[in-house]
Structures are given as C-alpha cells and as structure tokens.
Ligand binder design. Structure first.
Ligand SMILES: Nc1ncnc2c1ncn2[C@@H]1O[C@H](COP(=O)(O)OP(=O)(O)OP(=O)(O)O)[C@@H](O)[C@H]1O
Ligand SMILES: [Mg+2]
Length: 438
C-alpha cells in the first residue's frame, strides 16, 4: 500500500531528474542564455530589410552596433539588445523599423486558452512571445498554469508561490477587503455595512506589502519579463474557494485585471497569458483580464469536441459572473466581460493529413472568420525543442537541417503575423471610453 510518504519520495526522485535535465539544457550555471542572431537572420527574418541594404547601412555608420564574429566564421552575430538598437536607429526608405504601437495606450493583453490539455497553449504562448520580442515589442508573460511549462521554458527555476498569480490573488483579497471596510466606515450608513475579517494566517503572509513589480521577473530575453508559476501554486484553487467564503463581495475573478492596472501603460506592449487546462480561479482571472482570446486546438475530432465544450463552459462561467456580480461597479473591469477579438488557431496540423484537412474545414464552417487562416504545422523542430525547453527562434539553425528549421520558423512566423494583425486592430479599440467609465 502506498501513502503520501511514498508519493513524496517519488516526487523527490523526480525532482532530482528535473535538475539533471535542466543542467543538460541550460548553461552550467543553470541559467538560460539567449543566443545571438546572424546578420542573415537579422536582415532577412527580423528587420526584413534586404541584406545588401543592411550591410550598406552598417558600413555607412560605424557607430551602429556591429555584433561579434565567431572564430573562423564570416558572419556577424548580434544580441537582441543590439538588434533593438539597430531597429531604433536605422531607417529604410525613410521608414522606421519600429513596430506599430498606438500612442498613449496600455499594453494589449491576449489569453492563450483552452481547457483541453495538450492543445499547444504553452507552445503558442512561448513562440508568440519570442516572435513579438524579435519584432521589437516588449512582452510580459503571465504563467497561470501551476504545471509551469512556460516558466520552465523561459528558464525560471526556484519560483515560490507567493510570487505567482496565487500571490497576486491573495494580495488582492487583502487590499480589496481593506478598501471595502474603509468604504463602509466612510459611508454615512456605514454602521449598516458588514465589516469583513480576514484571518491572521492570510494577513501574516505580508503579500499586501508587495509592490506590483515584485511579481515580475526578468528572463534571458532582454525584452521579455515573466510572472512565473510553480507547482505549489496549484494550491490556489483550494485557497481561493476559502477566500471567497471569507469575503463574498470580493470579485475574485478580477484580481489580475486590477493588478495590471497598476503597471504603467508604457511598460510593455504585449501581455500574454498561458492558461491551465481547466476552468478555475486562475483561468477565470486570465480570461477576465484579457482583451482577446486566442484558442489553440489540435486538429483531431476529439480536440474539436473539447474546444466546443470549452467555449460552452466558458460562456456559462462568464454568464454566471455577470449575474452573480450584478452590482459590480462598472469601469475598468466592467461586466459582462467582452472580448475585442476571439480566434481559433489549429496546432500540430499536418497539411498532408486528410483528417486534419477535414477538421480544418469543419472548424471554418462552424467558426467562420474566427478561425485563423494559418494553422501551426506539426514540426520536428518543436518536438525537439519541447525536450530542450526552447522555441524554434532560440534554436541555432546550424543545429538541425536548414530546411527543418526554416519550415518550423515559417509556420510560427505566419501564425504570429496573423496574431499581430489581430492584436494591432484590437489595440486600437482598447479602453475607448475608459475616461467615461472612470
Ligand atoms: N506545432 C507543433 N509541432 C510539434 N509538436 C508540438 C507542436 N505544438 C505543440 N507540440 C507538442 O505538443 C505537446 C503539448 O503542447 P503544449 O504543452 O504547448 O500544450 P498545452 O496546451 O500547453 O498543454 P497543457 O494543457 O498541459 O498546458 C508538447 O509536447 C509540445 O512539444
Ligand atoms: Mg501548457
């Protein structure tokens, strides 16, 4: 017979293995580092300028960053910081190389969500973050999933649960409860309003003293930060139910939305949420804070089935929220929740597979223009990168056949380009009327 002690022993064994895998994957100090990008990649794939124009510009202005040359190599290799400096300082045909950003807006927020496990959420979130960073955007990733796939892929180790979405929620509970209690005292009819007590066990966590930035960690990508997750954050699902009981007026689903309002508008361009494969407090917070929903789905019939039940469950959950919090103040977090954009993205798609093509047609028939034009194809590069916890953008193209790398990159590039078009058009609509609502 086996008890919790046996489970704990098995876990300890597994953790040792994890450490070993990370040592093989990251640099010896267990720190993930970002590779440099060749002048070919920088010109053609990143800045999208003709290679000879690129070389001409560099030759004409010696003050521009000039990368590094590898031993016995001919190409120059640039860091992302150098690429961003080139992007800021170079103009081609008087055109700026900086990416589109509507003036005066906060970052656009996209949730990559599906309650179906293994749909490709974390892979999509990771690749979109990397593609956006290479495109010149500043990205904040939020890992809502205690499986922490995305956090591991971004090189995060030793995350404690206080600094995850769980911490944000617990901090929000304390702050919101204090705010409500202060309001009940301030109101003329204050004596009639209930004062809510939180147990010392919650206050003693000291989370209300944390600043917004305390949750945000840098990564090996200079323009990508992350609010990571960890296995212990799974506990949040139990804790949150208890918290709701302590303060029934607490809008538990809006913690992350409120948290994000505290981040300066121009700190990031894109905020991406990787969601867990379940409906719960964390995923509802992700969905509620999101301007747009991106729903990855595998190309099989069962995946179509689960995606359908996902949107059904989500619709019900959002309807319940709208009904249960009728008196919830309008404004920054208004109810019912409305998304600026809603897209379905097929993943692990094989163009030569008849079933996949049939499912793609079915998706299009049912969801129409909500289905992205470009699915993400199944690629060996990603299967391999999954094992090594990195994206196709991080893989040096010399580590595999150029054709495999190019195909993998092309499929993610196309999906990203479409994603960018979606978020840019949604971005223009963000917070129209924010002033009226405030
Ligand atoms: N385009 C692709 N080509 C090949 N393999 C892929 C592709 N997309 C995802 N995978 C693989 O499928 C598996 C599941 O992907 P991923 O972890 O991204 O799914 P998920 O939806 O985040 O899962 P979970 O619900 O557990 O969070 C991984 O092993 C990943 O490497
Ligand atoms: Mg995942």
């Amino acid at each position: 017979m086996y008890t919790h002690e046996d489970l704990a022993a098995l876990q300890a064994q597994s953790l040792r293995m994890q450490t070993w895998i990370r040592k093989q994957t990251f640099s010896p100090e267990m720190e993930k580092t970002l590779r440099r990008f060749s002048s070919w990649e920088v010109a053609e794939l990143i800045l999208k300028v003709n290679q000879s124009t690129f070389r001409g510009r560099l030759a004409a202005d010696p003050s521009l960053p000039d990368g590094e040359v590898e031993e016995e190599g001919r190409q120059r290799w640039y860091s992302l910081d150098e690429i961003n400096e080139l992007r800021r300082r170079m103009k081609v045909n008087r055109r700026s190389l900086l990416p589109y950003r509507p003036a005066g807006k906060r970052a656009i927020r996209a949730a990559i969500a599906n309650f179906k496990g293994g749909a490709g959420k974390s892979t999509v979130a990771l690749h979109f973050a990397h593609a956006a960073a290479l495109d010149g955007y500043r990205v904040l990733l939020i890992d809502f999933d205690p499986q922490a796939t995305l956090s591991h892929a971004m090189g995060m180790t030793d995350v404690d649960e206080d600094h995850t979405v769980w911490g944000i929620m617990a901090r929000d509970l304390v702050r919101e409860t204090d705010r409500m209690n202060a309001a009940s005292v301030g109101a003329e009819s204050g004596t009639a309003l209930p004062r809510r007590q939180l147990p010392a066990s919650i206050r003693d966590l000291g989370l209300s003293g944390l600043r917004a930035t305390d949750f945000i960690k840098p990564t090996s990508w200079p323009t990508i930060d992350i609010i990571p997750s960890c296995a212990n954050a799974a506990f949040v699902e139990f804790a949150s139910a208890q918290y709701r009981h302590l303060n029934p007026d607490w809008s538990f689903f809006a913690c992350v939305a409120r948290y994000l309002e505290g981040i300066p508008d121009d700190a990031y361009d894109l905020i991406l949420f990787d969601c867990p494969p379940a409906i719960g407090y964390q995923s509802m917070n992700a969905v509620f804070a999101a301007d747009m929903l991106y729903i990855p789905s595998g190309p099989g019939y069962w995946e179509y089935d689960s995606t359908t039940s996902f949107i059904g469950q989500l619709a019900e959950a959002l309807e319940d929220l709208a009904a249960g919090f009728e008196t919830f103040p309008a404004g920054k977090v208004a109810l019912p929740k409305a998304f600026l954009e809603l897209r379905f993205l097929l993943t692990r798609y094989e163009p030569g597979n008849e079933l996949h093509r049939a499912m793609r047609d079915a998706f299009r028939k049912v969801f129409g223009a909500h289905v992205t034009e470009h699915p993400i194809e199944l690629t060996r590069a990603v299967e391999q990168s999954g094992r090594f916890l990195c994206s196709v953008y991080e893989i040096d193209y010399r580590d595999m056949t150029r054709e495999t790398w190019r195909r993998a990159r092309a499929t993610f590039d196309q999906a990203y380009d479409e994603f960018r078009a979606s978020f840019c058009s949604a971005w223009d609509k963000v917070d129209a009327g924010r002033e009226d609502a405030a």
